[in-house]
Design a protein around this ligand. Structure first.
Ligand code: XMP
Length: 594
């Protein structure tokens, strides 16, 4: 049994960052929740308590089952996790008078196994308000900084460790060494690498399928392509059937390219269904993002059911496969808030019922995106396909924003407050008569974007965007006006073929530009959205390029101004009335606008 490290998620993306770091060190890691208790410990070689935004004294701190501190394996607490260990093992935590954020120098005598091979002093990254000011019996201090006496502590007899800093962030110069030392303390072999996973995942798939056949929807994105290749390898093409549904919400020429690629890979077990009329018919007159998502998710299932009925597939002999990846599974049941922000297409209620009934296999459900890509390369999928940008299941459906008869209008006070913030940096503020989805304080927001006019200075735009979304509730996004008209007028608009065609041509031009200029692999993704807003009588387009590792958080990408100007001119030629550029991080904005 491969050994693994369990990471207890005390909040946000810290846990994901630790999990990825551990995997990059060659050990499988899995996220669990502190309230749930240890339960099954088979294969667990160690436990890491993550950081978190909370204070150990906060009313709303995450529940923690103390049984986690009694497990017979080493436990390491990071930041908040360090304070939890101190509190629960006879130490004390006090509310720090000085909040410590950013760089600090850790000094140590080199004797602790946790700090082995790390120079002293070493740069570490701090982010905390509360602070440990006493540790329980058996603990000793093994590292300190100027402002933090209990920066690194250990209890060798119980194998409990804690550090106040964040070794998982790259700004802690030797953080990876510390994590690697912890893996040594846990006795972990370094046996997790994606090349080696093809066999293991194939074996697991064969066990799950129990002789049955598997049906998979293949969108042509990285995840479903890798899943399809893996299923074919594990079960053989006779037991796998792929269906590509053209929902009318694909990018330019996408469906044809998917079919050609699969043929070239030697697969003839992929069918195509043109269901664009059905999808677009059901979306007619609908503008609310969550309703659109639900309709698209349900229609995928209906088309799939219709196709399987046509083929006469016996439901007892066939399972459904999905290309779900790890952050999706954790987001839906996990951070316990993501599902309320956006309903991912592979977690609609009908799918949840099938999962419950054991009718679904998700061969990539343990993997992060970078691991799916490594697996794809190990399976021999061409580089360009493996490195395609992620594309959401509902496709352009969530990038073609719609608007009912009632357009939003921010209250005058909010517009004045936003204008005052913009003016400090030389920007004028124009509220856009449309709403987009965002995530603030771990909850969904649905509010207006504010457009800024002024110099293309990304640092200034970043600071205005941050201050504006922090201070003025009416706005959850900030966009920069790159080119075109600014007389924004709301437009009643829905999902129609002509709007989709315009979006497809703008999107195609943008992707070609990214590739031509050599930016494609610098960024995570660059959604292009068409807004139900007119400028100079034509629809407004917004560009949303982001840098990210896992899509849980993201920062907007700072495009070179001259190159961006060239792209914008081309988009105006193609029919856009104005080109906007999203300069909101995630949070507070999500990556997609809906
Ligand atoms: P957000 O917009 O939530 O997106 O910041 C995070 C990442 O997820 C993608 N995304 C989806 N992927 N089905 C998917 O498979 C969906 O319904 C969906 N919605 C968003 C998005 O493109 C980004 O990479």
């Amino acid at each position: 049994m491969t050994k693994k490290i369990v990471i207890l998620d005390f909040g946000g993306q810290y846990a994901h960052l630790i999990a990825t770091r551990i995997r990059h060190l060659g050990v499988y890691s899995e996220i669990r929740f502190p309230a749930d208790g240890p339960g099954d410990l088979e294969g667990v070689a160690g436990v890491i308590l993550s950081g978190g935004p909370s204070s150990v004294y906060a009313e709303d701190r995450p529940d923690f089952d103390k049984a986690w501190l009694g497990v017979p394996v080493p436990v390491l607490g990071l930041c908040y996790g360090h304070q939890v260990i101190a509190m629960e093992t006879g130490g004390r935590v006090h509310r720090g008078d000085i909040h410590e954020f950013g760089a600090a120098d850790l000094r140590h005598d080199g004797k602790s196994a946790l700090l082995k091979g790390i120079p002293s002093p070493t740069r570490v990254w701090m982010s905390h308000g509360d602070e440990v000011d006493a540790v329980g019996a058996g603990f000793s201090v093994v590292g300190t900084t100027d402002n933090c006496r209990f920066a690194a502590v250990e209890n060798l007899s119980t194998r409990r460790f804690g550090v106040q800093f964040h070794p998982e962030v790259t700004h802690s110069t030797h953080g990876q060494i510390l994590l690697s030392n912890f893996l040594d303390i846990c006795g972990c072999e370094r046996d997790w690498d994606m090349g080696g996973q093809v066999e293991r995942l194939s074996l697991k798939l064969r066990e799950q399928a129990k002789g049955r056949k598997v049906f998979l929807l293949v969108s042509g994105g990285v995840d479903s392509t890798v899943a399809f290749e893996l299923l074919n390898k594990a079960l053989g093409p006779d037991r796998v059937l792929g269906l590509h549904i053209d929902n009318g919400l694909m990018r330019a020429d996408e469906s044809r390219a998917v079919m050609e690629f699969m043929k070239a890979q030697g697969f003839d077990n992929l069918r195509i269904a043109d269901a664009s009329d059905l999808f677009l018919g059901r979306l007619a007159g609908v503008w609310e993002p969550e309703r659109k998502r639900k309709i698209i998710g349900d229609t995928f299932l209906d088309v799939q059911a219709e196709e399987t009925a046509k083929l006469g597939l016996n439901p007892d002999e066939w399972l459904l496969a999905q290309g779900t990846i790890y952050p999706d599974t954790i987001e839906s049941g996990g951070t316990r808030n993501a599902a309320t922000i956006k309903t991912h297409h592979n977690r609609v209620p009908a799918i949840l019922e099938l999962i419950e009934a054991g009718k679904i296999v998700e061969p990539l459900a343990e993997l992060y995106k970078d691991e799916v890509r490594a697996l794809g390369e190990a399976l021999g999928i061409p580089h360009d396909l493996v490195w395609r940008h992620p594309f959401p299941g509902p496709g352009l459906g969530v990038r073609l924003l719609c608007q009912g008869p009632q357009a939003p209008a921010a209250p005058t006070e909010s517009v004045q407050a936003a204008s005052a913030i913009g003016a400090t940096r030389g920007y004028s503020v124009l509220p856009l008569p449309v709403r987009s989805v965002g995530v603030q304080g771990d909850g969904r927001t649905y509010a207006q974007p504010a457009a800024l006019r002024g110099p293309c200075d990304w640092k200034a735009l970043e600071s205005v965007a941050t201050e504006l979304t922090n201070r003025v509730r009416a706005f959850n996004r900030v966009v920069y006006h790159v080119a075109g008209s600014t007389d924004f007028v709301a437009m009643e608009a829905y999902t129609t073929r002509d709007r989709l065609d315009l979006l497809r041509s703008l999107d195609h031009e943008t992707t070609s530009w990214l590739k031509r200029e050599g930016f494609y692999e610098t960024i995570w993704q660059m959604p292009v959205a068409l807004l139900p807003v007119l400028a100079g009588g034509r629809q407004v387009v917004v560009l949303r390029p982001v840098i990210s590792r896992e899509a849980m958080t993201a920062s907007f990408w700072e495009a070179p101004a001259d190159k961006l100007g060239e792209l914008a001119a081309k988009l105006l030629e193609l029919g856009a009335g104005a080109v906007l550029y999203d300069c909101t991080h995630k949070p507070p904005g999500t990556i997609e606008w809906e």
